[in-house]
Design a protein around this ligand. Structure first.
Ligand SMILES: NC(=O)c1ccc[n+]([C@@H]2O[C@H](COP(=O)([O-])OP(=O)(O)OC[C@H]3O[C@@H](n4cnc5c(N)ncnc54)[C@H](O)[C@@H]3O)[C@@H](O)[C@H]2O)c1
Length: 374
């Protein structure tokens, strides 16, 4: 047997626990050998809980340069993602970066360039692509089994109280890059794009309806895809009955999922069009074939399992930086369309376009409520 992949986690706050849990579940193929946090006490307590033998650091550079790592999980606030990932790539360490990958398309372009130069993968956490049902849907679409995709809806209707924004980076353009478009709905519309392929044009609105944020708390886009499908994408943090919902209408079936932060097989349905009833039977039969027979909730473990398998095989893992750019570009175009007015085409945000350099584009039509952190 080959040796386990050696992983480190930078940033041992809330989401790092999902990463550590995923590493634990995938042992012995991968092991957590080090953790890093500016708050060393927090890092120490985290190591004690998840990997008592792991080294603890307050700073990442020496660890990244040690030649001991096969993968580094970047679980810090968004404005630190690209600076840390660039240091990892330049040290030859593949980086798995929490969403949003970058604060802007320009920042992500630097990451894409360095990843291509060094040949070291820069991956984004988009875990909803990797659940068994989403993987099955993507395969059926690739095979053409469902016919042409015609129309889709993608809703992230979540609820956050004002104290959620007490963390200094949340709800600020400079810290989080945006509101529910960048931080929450991005999971759902990444899955929409993973199923439907490249988007070509959108028109959008954004508003700050209720929350004490500098960013939007609601956005809404109408999106056209290269495959011809049309979709609506709604992202909200002001919706008391929370749900994450995607619906795809293909020529031969409707496929839907409704969940909140992760789905099981029972959250998905396939409704066949008349004459295509065999698709429902196929969907149900394949749902029962996984090792957990459909009872496991999708999450970080699914993506990490795919990454470990790819690294073991010497293949490029999903979701690479160039692919993540398509998802981030949909967020940037949503803001550009909302704040500038009118449709935005894929590829249009280029050159000296202000929406390439920041998601707010300097055109936010409401006043900030928070001090920008130093
Ligand atoms: N994929 C998901 O479902 C999901 C869910 C929640 C959060 N996230 C993302 O995860 C990231 C972190 O969110 P969180 O809620 O865990 O934040 P958090 O504030 O709970 O934790 C961040 C940790 O990073 C540490 N840190 C900050 N800068 C650092 C640096 N330069 N070096 C080392 N440590 C540093 C902080 O001290 C803190 O312990 C965000 O990008 C967020 O959007 C993803």
């Amino acid at each position: 047997m080959t040796r386990p992949l050696r992983a480190a986690i930078i940033g041992t706050g809330a989401i790092a626990q999902a990463h550590a849990q995923a590493i634990t579940e995938l042992a012995p193929r991968i092991e957590l050998i080090a953790v890093v946090d500016l708050d060393e006490d927090r890092a120490r307590a985290f190591a004690e809980r998840f990997a008592p033998d792991a080294a603890v650091h307050a700073e990442a550079d020496a660890l990244l340069g040690s030649g001991r790592l096969d993968l580094v999980h970047i679980c810090t606030p968004p404005q630190t993602h690209v600076p840390l990932a660039l240091r990892a790539l330049r040290a030859g360490v593949p980086a798995l970066i929490e969403k949003p990958t970058a604060l802007s398309l320009a920042e992500l372009d630097e990451l894409v360039a360095v990843s291509e130069q060094t040949g070291v993968p820069a991956l984004t956490v988009f875990q909803h692509r990797f659940g068994a049902a989403a993987q099955r849907l993507r395969r059926l679409v690739r095979e053409g089994a469902l016919g042409r995709p015609l129309v889709a809806t993608c809703e992230t209707l979540w609820y956050r109280t004002p104290d959620y924004f007490d963390l200094p980076w949340r709800g600020r353009w400079a810290g989080e890059g945006g509101g529910p478009t960048m931080g929450h709905g991005i999971h759902q519309f990444d899955l929409l794009l993973a199923v439907l392929g490249p988007w070509t044009r959108l028109t959008a609105f954004a508003a700050r309806q209720a929350l004490p944020t500098d960013t939007e708390d609601v956005s809404m886009a109408l999106v056209e895809f290269e495959c011809g499908a049309l979709a609506t994408v709604v992202n909200s943090l002001v919706s008391p009955r929370e749900t994450s919902r995607l619906r795809f209408d293909f020529e031969r079936a409707t496929v839907e999922v409704e969940h909140l932060y992760g789905y099981t097989e029972s959250d998905w349905t396939l409704t066949p069009a008349p004459g295509h009833e065999q698709l429902a039977a196929r969907w149900a039969a394949e749902a029962q074939q996984g090792p957990d027979a459909g009872t496991r909730r999708s999450g970080h473990r699914d993506q990490l399992a795919a990454i470990v398998a790819a690294l073991e095989a010497g293949e490029p893992p999903e979701v690479g930086a160039a692919e993540a750019r398509r998802t981030l570009e949909l967020a940037a175009a949503t803001y550009a369309s909302a704040f500038r007015g009118g449709p935005v085409r894929a590829g249009e945000l280029a050159g000296d376009d202000p929406f390439l350099r920041s998601m707010d584009g300097g055109l936010v039509p409401w006043a900030p409520v928070k001090e920008v952190p130093a």
